[in-house]
Design a binder for this molecule. Structure first.
Ligand code: FAD
Length: 509
């Protein structure tokens, strides 16, 4: 690479630097997994994924993102039936089978093994795979928790016994045209039908991964009270007896990012579904279990994107020459690389610790402080990390100069375009900050601010933050308090990341 002949100039060393093993190369990930004391087979599974992510998956992720390979809608079948299909690339289906058939959703799978795999998968920013992964995790969790219907238990059995050849996956549809954040305004109708089923009628406005086998759909029973208690949750098989189950894909969204993932507008016209959990608890369960699971996946995805960006920038700057020396020997570039590495470590440590708090809080015997802290933490982590990732992805892109802008040269344009989508999913930034503030007020943290922050942030908790939180919680609905919270919230999550990083660094891999 130190000559200027356009015929022979190659980027092979840059590509080689990306094609190692993203598990072996990631000391923090190895340290985190070591906390579980993984068996040799579990370590081998994650290591194999680390190799696949850096090689085959990376190549497929780049390929399916090309315009000519993007998912599309087949609007009418040749026999004049009003029947639409979403067509996704065969390579994406192959990866989906590999992931869903790997045992990742078995109840017995260790959570750190599961989320180490999710973190590695997300480093390729192939949301055709990772959106499906997040939704299927949520599907498995809610159907295990609310398993009073034999049809739910049958889906869980399918998830447990999945193989790369025979697997199923999930999707989740809440958002309607009148709003996603304020889901209590959901108006999709649910009408009682035979066999304890309900027929769904109406439109959902953003429906990602619509070729999934089972859809979790929120809908309102005729005559139900207004507000969130009137919104119920249903599980709907996409097909019945080999035919589409009473719905039509209207169109696919043309999106800034997550382009390899189809996102549809869907019209429901009598789709049959069974209720999941109590009818008046549907939205509550959807948020508490399914959307919270997806939020944790978003936190891992933001961390994975920053890790990939740091990796790309270092790989390129380590071989590219300018003015007679490698880019990484130029002080300002070296400084950018250092900043990127530090950010990747901080984001990863924060994401791993968020997973630990969330999974521990769901375990039997979790105390109240842990449950309250984990709930607030997931909102903060999702909001802050997805928003904070963009500048790092941008900086990495700039390290590659013009090649950083070329869509096919590196994953960086894709990572950067995907970042705002991650931030919007499952509750955008300001909504989640408000959710965290409402929870702080609702769970009586006022008067116990120091204790809660000491519990969550340990050595990094700062009495000045606790005093500020106390001022905010004195009148949490006042505009001034809300604005102060807007300043404090990202600072608290930053401290959490730093604490998590310090702890991981003290542990042996
Ligand atoms: C590519 C893509 C795929 C998607 N896939 C799905 C899917 O599969 N299933 C699904 O259900 N949804 C999906 N969504 C929808 C997504 O979850 C919503 O866009 C999101 O929840 C926000 O809803 P909204 O777009 O209606 O924005 P709005 O709710 O109208 O919010 C607009 C702005 O107002 C802010 N805001 C709203 N309420 C408050 C408040 N109380 N306090 C402070 N700020 C507030 C929000 O933070 C946001 O910044 C997808 C979206 C995208 C972009």
């Amino acid at each position: 690479m130190d000559h200027a002949d356009p015929e022979t100039y190659r980027f092979d060393p840059y590509l080689a630097a990306l094609s190692g093993n993203w598990y072996d190369e990631d000391e923090l990930l190895r340290r985190w997994l070591a906390r579980s004391g993984p068996s040799a087979a579990e370590t081998a599974q994650v290591r194999e994924l680390g190799r696949a992510a850096a090689n085959r998956h990376r190549v497929i992720a780049d390929r399916v993102e090309r315009t000519e390979n993007l998912p599309y809608l087949e609007a009418q079948d040749p026999y004049n039936r009003r029947r639409t299909e979403v067509v996704i690339p065969a390579a994406t289906r192959e990866l989906l089978g590999e992931v869903h058939g790997s045992g990742i959703w078995k109840a017995a799978t260790d959570d750190r093994v599961r989320y180490a795999i999710v973190y590695l998968l997300n480093q390729n920013s192939e949301f055709g795979v990772t959106c499906s992964t997040a939704c299927t995790d949520g599907l498995a969790r809610i159907l295990r928790r609310l398993d009073d219907d034999p049809r739910s238990r049958a889906v869980v059995a399918e998830l447990e016994s999945a193989t790369p050849e025979a697997w199923v996956h999930g999707a989740q549809f809440v958002t309607e045209i009148q709003g996603g954040s304020d889901a209590a305004t959901n108006a999709l109708r649910a009408v009682p039908a035979p066999d304890g089923l309900y027929a769904l009628h109406g439109r959902k406005w953003f429906c990602s991964n619509p070729s999934a086998d089972y859809w979790l759909v929120t809908a309102r029973l005729d005559g139900s009270p207004p507000g969130h208690r009137g919104v119920s949750l249903f599980c709907m098989p996409r097909a019945r007896a080999g035919e589409p189950n009473g719905f039509v894909y209207q169109r696919l969204k043309e999106k800034l990012g997550t382009r390899a993932l189809p996102t549809a507008e869907i019209d429901f016209a009598g789709a049959l579904a069974w209720p999941v959990g109590r009818l008046d608890q549907g939205l509550k369960n959807m948020v508490a279990v399914v959307l919270t699971t997806s939020r944790v996946h978003c936190v891992l995805a933001a961390a994975a994107a920053v890790r990939r960006a740091a990796r790309e920038a270092r790989a390129y700057a380590g071989v590219r020459q300018a003015f007679g020396k490698r880019l990484d020997q130029h002080p300002l570039i070296a400084d950018a690389l250092e900043r990127l590495s530090r950010a990747a470590d901080r984001f990863a440590a924060g994401a791993f610790a968020t997973v630990d708090a969330w999974t521990a809080s769901a375990a039997e015997g979790a105390n109240r402080d842990l449950r309250v802290w984990a709930r607030i933490l997931v909102s903060l982590a999702k909001a802050v990390s997805t928003r904070a990732s963009s500048p790092h992805l941008y900086e990495a892109m700039m390290v590659l100069g013009g090649n950083g802008i070329e869509e096919r040269f590196s994953a960086l344009p894709r990572l950067w375009r995907d970042a705002p989508i991650l931030e919007s999913w499952e509750g955008p930034y300001t909504l989640l900050l408000m959710q965290a503030l409402t929870d702080l007020a609702r769970f009586d943290v006022a008067g116990r601010e120091r204790e809660l922050l000491a519990f969550g942030l340990g050595e990094r908790s700062d009495p000045a933050d606790a005093d500020e939180l106390a001022r905010i919680l004195r009148s949490p609905t006042d505009e001034e308090s809300i604005l102060r919270w807007g300043e404090l919230a990202p600072r608290l999550y930053r401290r959490f990341e730093e604490k998590a990083l310090a702890e991981l660094r003290r542990e042996a891999a």
